[in-house]
Write a protein that binds this ligand. Structure first.
Ligand SMILES: *Cc1c(COP(=O)(O)O)cnc(C)c1O
Length: 390
């Protein structure tokens, strides 16, 4: 019976002996803070995204990456920044923390990514930036978004929290705009516990972002206390405390080495879900666009009560009763009281994101799932929807 099955934790990271060994080695080295392992992690990440090491800066979260990028973009206070309502609150909060004003543009219901036509319609004389989110790992229409940005002289900061492996027409997500911001949070495709990375076009702006991420100091601790002897630093700006630790990079180094193996495992799970759910009345993820690579971060199904005979939240409860963890990515941003009060937003103004947010369910997709786990998820989904076992 279901209650004896182990609970399948949604988004559980796949941690191996390599991570444990590297963390142990870091602990034994006596250097836990920002130092040589962070530098190696930055180099490995830059190489993976086909960039030089002077175009990346590791930080302690994607939220920090977004915040620092917005500050480093040098926009005037109150400038408008267009983003998607179908994202994690961090995307919008970072805009506000940088003293800027978020403006939402609805998503394309097929791709669930920000709709370039909606971006155009949201542009005002005060618009200065666009923050596209590569939702679930599916790359946004970066050709159209960059064309709009060029025509209106807008900064582009890509939220790549789901998109470490994503490419659009062969070019890595995060390398189109001025900055790309990545997450290594525990549920993401590469894990450091908490962690993030900024990828940038311009090494000078990355250098500024790196400095802003460590109090605005001209030298980090490794360059003050490391093996080259003590060096003075100068505070050049009022920065933040957003640096990544070597202890975090120690988890990330072996994770990054397995990024492609993990992607292939998620692809196999994804294809199994696609085939097992093809006859169900649920909406399935759109197949990836030609000449793009999907990051395969979230497998989301749409539970429309009228078609499925069960409400989305009841479906979540039934999955939980089957001892399977699920997620919701995301209730649209204007569903939350803070944004309603602060900006007067109502979900109905962005109807596509509202509907998707009320119907969406993310199924387990961790590379650590066994084939048996995947079959358990499939059996539960089919049983809850009243479909015969596949
Ligand atoms: C996870 C996530 C973030 C925040 O990442 P952290 O590393 O946890 O700060 C931002 N945007 C999106 C779309 C996310 O999924």
């Amino acid at each position: 019976m279901a209650e004896h099955d182990p609970y399948i934790v949604f988004g559980a990271p796949s941690i191996g002996e390599e991570e444990i060994a590297e963390v142990t080695a870091c602990m034994r080295s006596g250097w836990l803070g920002t130092g040589p392992r962070v530098a190696r992690f930055e180099e490995a990440f830059a190489a993976y995204r086909q960039a030089g090491a002077d175009r990346v800066a590791a930080v302690n979260s994607c939220t920090a990456a977004l915040h620092v990028s917005m500050v480093a973009a040098g926009l005037e206070p109150g400038a408008e920044v267009i983003t998607t309502p179908l994202t994690f609150c961090a995307t919008v909060n970072a805009i506000e923390h940088a003293g800027l004003r978020p403006v939402l543009a609805d998503v394309d219901p097929h791709t669930q990514n920000i709709d370039p036509d909606a971006i155009k319609a949201a542009i005002t004389p005060r618009t200065r930036a666009i923050v596209p989110v590569h939702f679930a790992g599916r790359p946004c229409a970066m050709d159209r978004i960059m064309a709009i940005a060029c025509a209106h002289d807008l900064v582009v900061i890509e939220d790549c929290a789901h998109a470490i492996e994503s490419t659009f027409r062969g070019q890595p997500a995060g390398s189109f705009g001025d900055f790309g911001c990545f997450s290594f949070y525990v549920t993401k495709n590469v894990v450091t516990g908490e962690g993030g990375m900024i990828l940038g076009r311009d090494p000078a702006r990355i250098a500024r972002a790196r400095m802003l991420a460590l109090h605005g100091m001209s030298k980090d601790a490794w360059h003050r206390f490391g093996d080259a002897g003590y060096k003075h630093y100068q505070v050049l700006e009022c920065g933040f405390k957003y640096n990544m630790m070597d202890l975090q990079a120690a988890i990330g180094l072996p994770q990054l080495a397995r990024v492609e193996a993990h992607w292939l495992r998620r692809q196999a799970i994804w294809q199994r879900y696609d085939e097992a759910f093809a006859d169900l009345p649920v909406g399935l993820p759109a197949s990836p666009e030609a000449d793009t690579r999907h990051g395969l971060h979230l497998y989301t199904v749409m539970i429309d009560e009228a078609r499925c005979g069960i409400a989305r939240d009841a479906f979540l409860d039934a999955m939980n009763a089957s001892r399977i963890g699920t997620g919701v990515h995301y209730l649209s941003v204007p569903e939350h009281p803070y944004y309603q009060q602060r900006y007067g937003w109502l979900p109905e103004r962005w109807p596509q994101a509202m509907r998707l947010g009320r119907q969406t369910v993310s199924l387990p997709l961790s590379p650590g799932l066994s084939d048996g786990d995947v079959e358990r998820v499939i059996a539960a989904v089919r049983r809850i929807l009243g479909a015969p076992a596949s």
